[in-house]
Design a protein around this ligand. Structure first.
Ligand SMILES: C[S@@+](CC[C@H](N)C(=O)[O-])C[C@H]1O[C@@H](n2cnc3c(N)ncnc32)[C@H](O)[C@@H]1O
Ligand code: SF4
Length: 393
C-alpha cells in the first residue's frame, strides 16, 4: 500500500459499553459488574458516570473530528439498566460531536426483565431505533441453569413489545448447552424463528476461564457437547435457518435479506469504531495508521481516570501491516460474503498464499465468489480457527 492509499474503508461506528448487571451470569466473561459490589468501588451515580461518557466521547471525537457515523451500539453489561434520559443524553452528545448519518442504526441491548421492557417506548423517544433482546433460551428450566433473572414468558413478552415499538429488533439465544439434544434444539429454534422479526443471534455456549461454568466444567460437573456434537448443532442450526430464509450472514448471526445489523457488519468488514466506557475497545485509523485502543476495565477506576485526564485509555498500539492483515482475515472470514483478497493485500502488503488456498479449496473449506471474494464454506466453518490460522501464517 502506498502512503496515499487510505487504510480505512469509510465505515465508522460508536460502541457504548454499559458495564453493570443485576447479577453475574455463570457463563459470562464480559466486562460486567453488579453495582455496589466492591469491584466497582461501592455506590455509583448514573449522572456522574454519564458525565464521564460525555468527556470520553469528546476525547475520541477529537481524534477524528467530524467523522461520519453509520451506527451506534449500546452494549454491555446491561445497557437496559440505563435510564432513557441517560441514553438520550449520550445520543445527543454523539450528534453534537460527530456527523451522524440520517439513517444511522442505533441499537440497544436489553435484558427481558419487565422493568427494563417498560422503558422501550422512552428509549425510542431518546433515539434508539433497534433493540437486541437477550433471551438466551425458550425453556424455563434452562434459564434457571443459565442463571438468568427472567422467565420465558417475560422473554416472549419482551420480544412482542420490542416488535410493536421498534421497526427493527433481534434476540439472542445460546445453544449447544449441557444435556441439550439436537431434537430439543430443533423444536426450540423453530419456535424462535416463528417469533423473530427477521434477525436472530445464535451463539454456541462457550466455556470461558474465570466463570462459574468453567469451574463446573473443569470439575466434571458440567458436561459440554463434544466436537462432533457441536458440529452437528451448527449444521442443524444452519439447515433450519436456511429453510426459513434467515441464512447466517456471519457465523452466529442470521437475518432475512436487508435485516443484517450494520454495526455487526462494520466490525467484520474491518471498519473503524470508537469504544466508549469501561473495558471498551477501539480500532481507529489515525494519520493512516490503524490503532488498537483499550479502556480501563474497572468502572470506578475508568470513571476516576476520565474525570482526571479526560479518557480511560490504558493501551494505544499501532498495528503493523501484518497485524492488520491478520485481523482482516479473522473478522472477514466469519462473514458469508467473505474477504476481498485485494484488500488483504493492500492492508498486509502481501498476497494470500496461492498454495494454501489451493489446499483449502481441495478440502472444500473455502470457495471463490463471482466478485473475486474468498469465503469459508459451510463445512469450513466447523474448522474456522484452523482456516484463519493457515491463511494468516
Ligand atoms: C454479554 S451479553 C450482553 C447482553 C445482555 N446483558 C444479556 O445478557 O442478554 C451479549 C450476548 O453474549 C452471549 N454470550 C455471553 N456469554 C456467552 C457464552 N459464554 N457463550 C455463548 N454466548 C454468550 C449471550 O447470548 C448474550 O446475549
Ligand atoms: S450475560 Fe448479560 S446479564 Fe449476564 S452477566 Fe453477562 S452481560 Fe450481564
Amino acid at each position: 500500500m502506498t502512503k496515499n492509499q487510505t487504510r480505512a474503508n469509510g465505515l465508522f461506528g460508536i460502541y457504548i459499553h454499559w458495564p453493570f448487571c443485576v447479577a453475574k451470569c455463570p457463563y459470562c466473561d464480559f466486562n460486567s459488574h453488579v453495582p455496589h459490589a466492591r469491584s466497582i468501588g461501592g455506590a455509583f451515580s448514573e449522572d456522574e458516570f454519564i458525565a464521564s461518557y460525555k468527556i470520553e466521547l469528546a476525547h475520541y471525537a477529537n481524534l477524528k473530528p467530524k467523522q461520519k457515523v453509520q451506527s451506534i451500539f449500546f452494549g454491555g453489561g446491561t445497557p437496559s439498566l440505563m435510564s432513557a434520559k441517560a441514553v438520550g443524553a449520550i445520543i445527543e452528545e454523539i450528534h453534537a460531536l460527530y456527523n451522524v448519518s440520517d439513517n444511522a442504526e442505533i441499537t440497544l441491548e436489553a435484558n427481558p426483565n419487565s422493568v427494563e421492557v417498560a422503558k422501550f417506548k422512552d428509549y425510542k423517544a431518546a433515539g434508539i431505533n433497534r433493540v437486541s433482546v437477550g433471551v438466551q433460551s425458550l425453556r424455563d428450566d434452562e434459564l434457571i441453569k443459565l442463571g438468568r433473572t427472567h422467565s420465558v414468558s417475560e422473554a416472549k413478552s419482551a420480544i412482542a413489545i420490542a416488535q410493536s415499538i421498534f421497526e427493527r429488533s433481534s434476540f439472542d439465544l445460546i445453544y449447544a448447552r449441557p444435556e441439550q439434544t439436537l431434537e430439543d434444539w430443533r423444536v426450540e429454534l423453530n419456535e424462535a424463528i416463528d417469533m423473530s422479526a427477521g434477525h436472530i443471534s445464535l451463539y454456541q455456549l462457550t466455556i470461558e476461564q474465570g466463570t462459574r461454568f468453567f469451574d463446573l466444567a473443569y470439575s466434571g460437573k458440567l458436561i459440554m457437547p463434544n466436537a462432533d456434537l457441536s458440529a452437528d448443532f451448527y449444521q442443524l442450526t444452519n439447515g433450519i435457518c436456511n429453510e426459513a430464509f434467515m441464512p447466517a450472514y456471519e457465523i452466529s448471526n442470521h437475518a432475512i435479506k436487508g435485516e443484517e445489523s450494520l454495526h455487526n457488519l462494520l466490525y467484520w468488514r474491518y471498519g473503524e469504531y470508537a469504544g466508549i466506557g469501561p473495558g471498551a475497545h477501539s480500532r481507529l485509523v489515525l494519520d493512516n495508521v490503524r490503532h488498537a485502543l483499550d479502556n480501563e476495565r474497572l468502572p470506578h477506576i475508568w470513571h476516576n481516570k476520565v474525570s482526571n485526564i479526560g479518557h480511560g485509555i490504558v493501551t494505544n498500539d499501532k498495528l503493523t501491516y501484518e497485524e492488520e492483515g491478520d485481523e482482516y482475515l479473522l473478522m472477514g472470514l466469519r462473514l458469508s460474503e467473505g474477504i476481498d483478497p485485494k484488500r488483504f493485500e493492500q492492508l498486509s502488503g502481501r498476497a494470500l498464499d496461492k498454495n494454501k488456498i489451493k489446499d483449502l479449496l481441495g478440502y472444500g473449506y473455502v470457495e471463490h465468489l463471482n466478485n473475486g471474494n474468498l469465503r469459508v464454506t459451510n463445512s469450513g466453518f466447523s474448522v474456522l480457527d484452523a482456516v484463519v490460522a493457515d491463511l494468516a501464517a
